[in-house]
Design a protein around this ligand. Structure first.
Ligand code: IMP
Length: 174
């Protein structure tokens, strides 16, 4: 496994993103909609780095099986809070093809939030198929499969404090 970003790199980047959000989105309350499960650490760290009345909820699209996308997005869990008339940021772990984000933005827009923005810790520009606007991006990475800091491969590696590129020998269960 090749470490791409250490825990310190990630903490510094989360703080940078929080500073940008505090500057560009001063409206409060601010609702963070974390996209489960991959954003679990990011949404938690980001919320604690933001100022003022920040609220947290979660939404869960059906995710990858293995390293291949199914091409279809379904919702497993909807958010609980009413977002109508509220300032909302979708908090993603990674935007790969953009399919999931496009689906979420379309869905959540119909619920008439006052504003809807997107923060993603990682983005793979070379994998983009569905163009989706991302307001706050942490790191642009190559088109490789990464794990750690919430990102998994078949539920493994989410608890790693760093982000690493998964090599083929790491993909078998042991
Ligand atoms: P997209 O719909 O193709 O943009 O994929 C978005 C979702 O796929 C993310 O929220 C992740 O759950 C998953 N995903 C995409 N790339 C990776 C990766 O490199 N590692 C782990 N999960 C990934």
């Amino acid at each position: 496994m090749k470490v791409l970003y250490s825990a310190e790199d990630i903490a510094g980047k989360v703080q940078e993103i929080a500073t940008e959000i505090n500057r560009l989105c001063p409206e409060r309350p601010l609702i963070l909609l974390g996209v489960l499960k991959g954003s679990l650490h990011f949404v938690s760290d980001l919320a604690r780095a933001l100022e003022g009345d920040v609220r947290i909820d979660f939404i869960q699209p059906k995710s990858y099986e293995g390293t291949k996308t199914s091409g279809i997005v379904q919702l497993k869990k909807d958010h609980d809070v009413n977002i109508e008339g509220k300032d909302v940021i979708i908090v993603e772990d990674i935007v790969d093809t953009g399919l999931t984000l496009t689906y979420l933005v379309e869905l959540l827009s119909t619920r008439r939030p006052k504003s809807l923005r997107v923060a993603s810790l990682l983005r793979k520009p070379d994998a983009a198929i569905h163009p989706a606007q991302i307001d706050f991006v942490g790191f642009d990475i190559a088109n490789e499969f990464v794990v750690g800091y919430g990102l998994d491969h078949d539920e493994r590696y989410r608890s790693l404090p760093f982000i690493a590129v998964l090599q083929s020998s790491d993909q078998t269960d042991s």
